[in-house]
Design a protein around this ligand. Structure first.
Ligand SMILES: Nc1ncnc2c1ncn2[C@@H]1O[C@H](COP(=O)(O)OP(=O)(O)OP(=O)(O)O)[C@@H](O)[C@H]1O
Length: 958
């Protein structure tokens, strides 16, 4: 039973040792090894074994260990009590003898160290054989306890015993007097090799290698198994090993129990009477005690085992936990490694992509640069072509203009006003399309389908076009004044459509806003400066307005006097009595214009807060004298800002404004009549139906270059006016005036002028007589010497002071020298009948319309006044007052019924008059003209109906 307990103890200690071993680190083992080695060395020194180095290698240590084990085995065979007797104090390396006490001390320390190292002090083979191992353990325990006792100084017997001395061969000799020890050794030897032990023998501790191999210690086995294993594998290995050990242990205990059961009888009283032999009761009681002790121990062991199992379990759990954590950490690490790998791969891929992208970018760059170069070449070619195209366009335009000039068409420009600020954003423009020369208006039809009406003009300006752009297009026309042409630009359109804006500019005038008026004059000044080496220029301006059929001077701040319009007057001055102000700088012009604008009749209506209530006309007169030849070029330009046509229902005017509107509409209707007549090439054109048409007579029917600037509003509610305005404008554009001609005074004309001047002087002397003779002998005039076909007394009268005695004047020569080939318009033909609807569009009230219509006829009857030149207001009645007078028989036909026969046509007269020399700027103020006027008035007042007849003869009748 004691051996069983020992085994149990041993197993437990082995288990602990193995566990310790498993948990210890290699450094720790090395430390222990170092310690054990030092003890062992001391012991080995005692027993004469080979020296161990201070820090032995694994191999050296094993060797020393083997020697130690052999020593243990030897000691095992000695009874514990005998050991002190047989072992003498050995000498150390310095020759100092060690006491037995020291020896055992060393031995005990060695054993401790062995224990700590987890190295059992017995061999596995001993264990298997049984008995030996237990003895070893016992001896160790005994030694231990003995040592302890010694340590306390109770056992002095240790100092006695034999002496071990080193022999000359390096081996230790045990003296004879140590008999029990020697016996033990010899027994041990016999166990080893079954050889008889001699006295004074030399004991060789070297053990056969095979013995170690065949019976390795459990510890060594464990160590060998665990040596090359990884630390994390050890717990598993140890676990399986332990389970094997425990199985073996259980098995053995079971077999021991079986043996005990068969050999011993257990007392039934439950006391400790294990052996009831007759030999001795002492033995029985001691056995019983032993049994109880063993049972107790067994219980303790069971408890311990449980504890161990618990500890093991705990450790298992900890281990598995640690394993899991390690697994986790490993996984994490693995993941990280994978991540890093992936990132590395991705970086590599990115690098590759970057390289590829760089390459492709480079490729694209080169391709692009190539394409750019090609493109550049193409653009150059295109630019070249475009410049050519532009040149061609320019050329075309020039040619077109030349054709226009030759044909003498009235140019028509159309400008669309933008929506005014404050207009509804939802407003849609009636203009659906426009380009350089075309404009299309959208007209919603009754049946829901939109229809489009297109119009073609010389130029169409969109709402976004600037004042400068507008002017640049008409610049060449304006410049032609300097070359002696007459130019007329008139702005036409519905009220509020932008006429004043184009001609003068906006209310708040800025440089960008300057209208045609300012820009034209500015341009003329610049050119005149540029040409100052070849020409000397004189520029003068007039500014008049036709308000309620009265001509007013806008540059006259004083009381207004009635002015007359003189068509075909000399120097092309249509209103000779209006102020003619010479200008030389733009500033002067601006100043004058401001005065003019201030004096102009303007008022606010529902359709325009700055509505012009009159037709205004800025006339620029230019006289150029060529410095070398002395040739004089005379040009003039009318810049007419017409009052806008308006539907009185829309403009919501009453009283004076209504009267103004009626006059405005009437004069515009008269303009319509004239345009219609001209467009249809009628022989009679009713210029005299209004002051406006009278003013524009030279420009519309003469040899001027004429431009009509038609304006339209984009608003939908102005659609009907827009359409009628555009239709009117289209009609105007068909009018052919014939090629314009420059007003050039050449040498021949000069001569003639001189002749005329001398004649005038002669005539003035005879003034009184000649008038008398005209009155008294009209037949003489009838059979006068002048050529019947070419002379025109009316003109002579007007140009030379209204005298009618022209006997000595070579009029034929005068006319030949000027422009006698013009096709005259026949005054004797009827005016064309303008449909009533034309008037009605502007004058909704039928009664007013009829009155005005009759008023128009009344004016026309003015025309029938045979004093053709007497168009002054003094001879005319206000058109409105005339409207109340009974209509003449001709009125029904809507035009003048003045019949003129004979070859002299009024247009002939006009044309020639325009080129006639004049001694003074204001003819009407000359004494001769005053006399003539007086004479004419006398004629009228005396009731003599003076008629101009063909052949230049004047007849009078009561
Ligand atoms: N092209 C344009 N750009 C900007 N504003 C314009 C343009 N044309 C006209 N306007 C503005 O429209 C309004 C009416 O213009 P404007 O007085 O010139 O018309 P109108 O035809 O002369 O009218 P009325 O016949 O009644 O005198 C003004 O406020 C003017 O500034």
């Amino acid at each position: 039973m004691s051996s069983e307990a020992s085994i149990r103890l041993s197993v437990v200690s082995v288990v602990e040792d193995v566990l310790n071993l498993a948990s210890r680190k290699e450094e720790e083992a090395a430390m222990r090894r170092y310690e054990a080695a030092s003890w062992l060395r001391k012991m080995v020194g005692v027993v004469g074994a080979r020296d161990l180095p201070e820090e032995p290698t694994e191999e050296e240590f094993r060797l020393g260990l083997r020697n130690g084990i052999v020593l243990c085995n030897a000691l095992n065979k000695v009874k514990p009590g005998a050991i002190p007797k047989v072992v003498e104090v050995p000498a150390d390396s310095d020759g100092v003898a060690l006491s037995a006490y020291q020896y055992f001390e060393n031995l005990r320390n060695f054993l401790d160290a062995m224990e700590e190292l987890g190295l059992p002090t017995f061999e596995a083979s001993d264990l298997e054989r049984g008995g030996k191992g237990s003895r070893v353990v016992n001896s160790v325990l005994a030694l231990k306890s003995h040592g302890e006792n010694k340590h306390t100084g109770k056992n002095g017997s240790l100092k006695h015993g034999g002496i071990l001395k080193p022999s000359s061969t390096g081996k230790y000799i045990i003296r004879r007097n140590s008999e029990p020890f020697m016996n033990s050794l010899s027994k041990c030897q016999s166990v080893q090799d079954d050889e008889p032990v001699e006295q004074n023998f030399t004991f060789d501790f070297s053990i056969e290698g095979t013995e170690m191999l065949t019976s390795p210690s459990l510890s060594l086995l464990v160590r060998t198994i665990l040596t090359n294993k990884k630390p994390e594998e050890i717990p598993l290995i140890v676990e399986s090993m332990l389970s094997n050990v425990m199985q073996e242990f259980e098995r053995r205990i079971a077999s021991q129990d079986m043996m005990v059961k068969t050999n011993l009888e257990v007392p039934t009283d439950g006391t400790c009477s294990l052996y009831e032999t007759n030999n001795s009761t002492e033995i029985q009681s001691s056995d019983c005690e032993e049994k109880l002790a063993l049972k107790k121990k067994e219980e303790e062991l069971a408890l311990k085992r449980k504890e161990v199992e618990l500890v093991l379990k705990k450790r298992d759990e900890e281990l598995s936990k640690r394993l899991k954590e390690e697994e986790k950490a490993k996984n994490k690490l693995l993941k990280q490694v994978l991540l890093v790998d992936r990132q590395k791969r991705e970086i590599q891929e990115l690098k590759n992509t970057l390289v590829m992208t760089k390459a492709s970018v480079e490729l694209i760059r080169t391709r692009y640069s190539q394409e750019f170069t090609n493109l550049g070449k193409h653009v150059q070619v295109l630019a070249h072509a475009a410049s050519g195209y532009h040149k061609v366009l320019e050329e075309n335009r020039k040619l077109y203009n030349e054709v226009q000039d030759l044909k003498g068409n009235i140019r028509v420009y159309c400008r669309v006003r933008p929506f005014l600020p404050g207009a509804k954003s939802s407003n849609l423009s009636t203009v659906s399309h426009l380009d350089e020369g075309n404009i299309t208006i959208m007209t919603p039809s009754k049946y829901g389908k939109d229809t489009h009406k297109s119009f073609k003009f010389n130029r169409v300006f969109s709402p976004s076009v600037t004042q400068a752009e507008v002017f640049s297009d008409m610049r060449p026309l304006i410049r032609s004044i300097l070359d002696g042409y007459n130019v007329c630009i008139f702005a036409y359109g519905q009220t509020g459509s932008g006429k004043t804006f184009t001609m003068s500019g906006p209310k708040e005038l800025t440089e960008e806003g300057y209208g045609v008026n300012y820009r034209a004059l500015n341009d003329l000044f610049q050119i005149s400066k540029q040409r100052k080496d070849t020409f000397s220029y004189e520029i003068a301006v007039q500014m008049i307005e036709i308000y309620n059929e009265q001509v007013r001077d806008l540059l006259n701040d004083g009381p207004q006097k009635r002015l007359e319009i003189r068509n075909n007057s000399q120097k092309g001055i249509a209103v000779p009595d209006a102020n003619l102000v010479p200008v030389s700088t733009t500033e002067e012009v601006i100043e004058l214009m401001n005065i003019g604008q201030k004096n102009r009749a303007v008022c606010s209506t529902a359709m325009n807060d700055r509505s012009s209530r009159s037709h205004s006309c800025l006339t620029i007169h230019v006289q150029a004298r060529e410095l070398t030849s002395g040739v004089v070029l005379r040009g003039s330009m009318h810049l007419v800002d017409l009052a806008g046509s308006e539907r009185v229902s829309k403009s919501e005017v009453t009283g004076d404004r209504l009267k103004e509107a009626a006059h405005i509409n009437k004069s515009l209707a008269a303009l319509g009549d004239v345009i219609s007549a001209l467009a249809q090439k009628n022989s009679h054109v009713p210029y005299r139906n209004s002051k406006l048409t009278q003013l524009l007579q030279d420009s519309l029917g003469g040899q001027a270059k004429t431009l009509m600037f038609v304006h339209i509003s984009p608003e939908a509610d102005a659609l009907s006016e827009t359409i009628s305005t555009l239709k009117f404008a289209e009609r105007v554009s068909t009018i052919e005036l014939g090629a314009a001609q420059a007003n050039k005074d050449n040498g021949e004309v000069k001569e003639l002028r001189q002749q005329v001047a001398s004649l005038k002087a002669a005539l003035s002397k005879k003034e009184g007589d000649s008038l008398q003779s005209v009155m008294s002998s009209p037949d003489e005039m009838k059979s006068g010497a002048t050529s019947p076909s070419n002379s025109n007394p009316m003109q002579i009268m007007e140009d030379f002071g209204n005298i009618e005695e022209v006997a000595d004047i070579d009029l034929q020569a005068v006319l030949r020298a000027t422009n006698d080939e013009d096709v005259a318009r026949d005054w004797d033909r009827d005016n064309i009948n303008v449909p009533d609807s034309f008037y009605q569009a502007y004058i909704p009230d039928v009664r007013v319309f009829r009155e005005l219509r009759s008023g128009t006829n009344s004016v026309a009857t003015d025309d029938s006044d045979d004093l053709d030149f007497a168009t002054s207001d003094s001879l005319e009645q206000d058109t409105l007052s005339q409207s109340s007078q009974p209509k003449s028989s001709n009125a029904a036909n809507g035009g003048s019924r003045i019949k003129r026969s004979g070859p002299f046509k009024s247009s002939d007269i006009r044309t020639s008059r325009a080129h006639m020399p004049s001694p003074s700027k204001k003819i009407s103020n000359t004494p001769s003209s005053q006399t003539a006027n007086r004479a004419a008035k006398q004629v009228v007042s005396s009731g003599v109906d003076v008629k101009r007849r063909q052949n230049g003869k004047t007849t009078s009748a009561k």
